[in-house]
Design a binder for this molecule. Sequence first.
Ligand SMILES: NC(=O)c1ccc[n+]([C@@H]2O[C@H](COP(=O)([O-])OP(=O)(O)OC[C@H]3O[C@@H](n4cnc5c(N)ncnc54)[C@H](OP(=O)(O)O)[C@@H]3O)[C@@H](O)[C@H]2O)c1
Length: 495
Amino acid sequence: MQKGESVLIHSGSGGVGQAAINICLHAGCTVYTTVGTQEKRDFIKKQFPQLTDRNIGNSRDTSFEQLIMSETNGRGVDIVLNSLAEEKLQASVRCLAQGGRFLEIGKFDLDSNNRLGMKMFLKETSFHGVMLDKVFSSSPKIKKMLYDLVKEGISSGVVRPLNRTVFPSTEVEQAFRYMAAGKHTGKVLVQFRPEEERKVVIPALWLMQVHPRYFCNPNYTYIIAGGLGGFGLELADWLVLRGARKLVLSSHTGVRTGYQSFRVRVWRSYGATVVISLADITTKSGVRDLLSGANSLGQVDAIFNLAVVLRDRLLENQTEADFVTSAGPKSLATHHLDVLSRQMCPHLRHFVVFSSVSCGRGNAGQTNYGMNNSVMERICEARVRNGLPGLAVQWGAVGDVGLLAEKEEEQPDIQIGGTLLQKVSSCLEVLDGFMKEPYPVVASMVVAEKHVGNGGSDNLTACIANLMGMSNITKFPKICEQFMSKFFCEIILCA
Ligand SMILES: NC(=O)c1ccc[n+]([C@@H]2O[C@H](COP(=O)([O-])OP(=O)(O)OC[C@H]3O[C@@H](n4cnc5c(N)ncnc54)[C@H](OP(=O)(O)O)[C@@H]3O)[C@@H](O)[C@H]2O)c1
């Protein structure tokens, strides 16, 4: 930076903006800046009397480009310190003069791998990505250089304390929300300890409640069986937002809807590799293919089984084929995933299956579904006993997406197995906690108001038949009888 050069500093009322304006003015540069509101404009003029409205543009649109061009007679500025994104970044690039330097401190366009266009370099300009967080891992020489610069700046008055808004340590969330709203000027601070009158070398131990969050490793692979289903797409999105960049979504049909392909495109735009695996997870060889494909992307960190095929019917109408079909993606797939992941995924951190309240509490017409969920839960219990990861989540009725999404439109207060719909965003929040618990089987549901009665059955046999999903007990009197005698035997034995 040379005396006499011109500099455009975006978001001048922020902490970085104010600090940069101070330094540039002190170096004898002409400063242009941008702000988002009238209050911030007034703040800048008060803080830096050298700056007038002719030096201050708007950071919420691209009109600053016109201001710069008219104030510099079409020449542009020598340096841009940019933190604005997308079209505002492009407009800022156009503000560069011949030989100008562009310092990018915002991460949005870099992270999104957005295009820049080569034309800017015809003016012999240069573009620099500046990652302040990298300073922490830089060489001691660079750290010493920065330290000396700040020290010199403090003694010469260039580096001055910035104005700040201070939140108490109990209001960390509010502090982040305040900053995210972009209404602040200067620094937003969280005060953990009051200023000490005398310097205390070892501060007193300070305890605070924290909520650790589940994070994914971008180098590892995350498998979701049933990943293109309603809940599966939400889970995949959640994993990507938590850092996953390698996803294998297993499906027996592949991408069928525009919505599925839209979601996959969005994750790919974040830089994620998304593989749709059509391997048949109901067979051992299919699961082997799924796991070896996933391993070829990177070490498998977590396996989620959400795959389901419903064959709901009252027991008297069920066939053997219904039981076999519904067992495929749940009992069989989970069994193969368990056995093979023990050999093929030695570093697995999570093995999660989605079970249901239909298993935990029972639901008429879902005998095979309940049974298969139960098999998956027992597999998870065995895994935990063996010191391996294993988690089965019994969900109540899930809202917004998945199996019940269509029914929800017709009947928003629908009840399944005595539960009301739990929003999928709430399910994911709960899942975050479950993933850190040591228990193999957990449940999350919104329990509906309980009704007194026996479900419309007015004698014990009818009540048991109802529990077993039989509408017509006269067809199966023997089964009910046997069930009752076994039931009472067990009660007597327990007693
Ligand atoms: N939604 C709820 O209210 C609720 C409540 C309790 C528990 N759960 C559990 O949560 C999980 C997800 O449910 P959901 O609502 O998202 O259901 P969903 O929308 O029907 O998704 C399940 C997906 O499983 C896939 N699938 C079936 N067989 C497969 C196979 N052999 N291989 C690979 N994928 C297979 C299907 O996708 P393809 O056609 O792409 O193969 C289907 O879209 C299920 O395990 C369910 O039991 C859901």
